[in-house]
Write a protein that binds this ligand. Structure first.
Ligand code: C2E
Ligand code: MG
Ligand code: MG
Ligand code: MG
Length: 287
């Protein structure tokens, strides 16, 4: 309590605007340094087949390996980077790094990269993706781009054009956090999505809420009609996984299967995952 008051008193010394400006410019400088010093890292979370449980690919999730603060999550710096041109540098790095890493994986595995729509507005993203695919040798169908629908509101035409260009390369386009924006459905009219990722809030609510389960059923059926792949994220329990497979979601992702993994943990994950799948299928055959 005393400590809190002490901090409050310190805050009084400079105006809120000054303090925010100072924090902003120091974060900007630190983030630029982070790119140069290679402190940004990608962790990889598996997406598993809802029908077989096999890993089908991994989503690359950015973290900032900060020298003092440790591993910093994207919620603390991506929004900030989007307000400056840093999001373009970060996005370009992410695409190159993810393609390079995935090019070393077994060939059936895909890699998903989160991109900000801001990046789509200001850069030749088609060129960046073509170069990253060329340099890494990754087959285009193994790359997936995830875009959060809420960010697509502006400059619809130029974004659509770039999405079409990327899709024409053979790259998969996914709408992330489906259901959270106020015009999710209208985006399906405007954009050539291959895949919908149902926002984790619906999955979390499905445990106790029949309405959430009805919404999930409706999204799964919409996906079937549109012939898009449906992924559910934030799957934390066996019960949720069972329900989502029952309503025929195609892919599942969440802590129930694995947390985002440090790249160094990937080989072990894949080995034990494959061994586990083999043992399970042998057991089924014996039964
Ligand atoms: P997202 O793309 O929807 O990613 C899913 C988030 O849910 C990740 O958080 C992931 O760690 C977390 N998650 C996975 N399974 C579970 C689960 O079972 N339960 C719960 N409660 N959470 C789960 P993370 O890594 O903190 O990323 C947050 C958001 O930051 C991402 O949401 C994405 O929008 C953005 N982001 C992440 N990496 C990048 C990037 O490289 N570039 C850009 N532009 N945005 C990124
Ligand atoms: Mg995502
Ligand atoms: Mg999401
Ligand atoms: Mg999200």
């Amino acid at each position: 309590r005393v400590k809190a008051e002490g901090r409050g008193a310190f805050r009084m010394a400079e105006s809120t605007g000054d303090r925010q400006e100072r924090q902003r410019s120091s974060l900007d400088a630190q983030l630029r340094q982070a790119l140069i010093r290679q402190e940004l890292v990608l962790h990889y979370q598996p997406l598993v087949s809802a029908s077989t449980g096999d890993a089908m690919g991994f989503e690359a999730l950015i973290r900032w390996n900060h020298p003092e603060r440790g591993l910093v999550l994207p919620s603390e710096f991506i929004g900030f980077a989007e307000e400056s041109d840093l999001i373009v540098d970060i996005g370009n790095w992410t695409i190159e790094e993810a393609c390079m890493t995935a090019s070393l994986w077994p060939e059936h595995l895909t890699v998903s990269v989160n991109l900000s729509a801001k990046h789509f507005l200001s850069a030749d993203i088609g060129l960046v993706i073509r170069q990253a695919l060329g340099q890494s040798g990754l087959a285009p169908h193994r790359l997936e781009i995830e875009i959060t629908e809420g960010l697509l509101l502006e400059a619809v035409d130029s974004v659509v054009e770039k999405l079409r260009e990327i899709r024409a390369l053979g790259v998969t386009i996914a709408m992330d956090d489906f259901g959270t924006g106020y015009s999710s459905l209208s985006y399906l009219l405007k954009f050539p999505f291959d895949k919908i990722k149902i926002d984790q809030s619906f999955v979390a609510a499905s445990t106790r809420d029949e309405v959430a389960r009805d919404i999930l059923r409706a999204i799964a059926s919409l996906g079937r009609s549109l012939r898009v792949t449906i992924t559910a994220e934030g799957v934390e329990t066996a019960e949720q996984a069972a329900f989502l497979s029952e309503i025929a979601c195609h892919q599942l992702q969440g802590y129930h299967f694995a947390k985002p993994l440090d790249p160094a943990e990937l080989p072990n994950y894949l080995l034990s995952h494959v061994a586990g799948r083999l043992a399970a299928s042998e057991a089924r055959q014996r039964a």
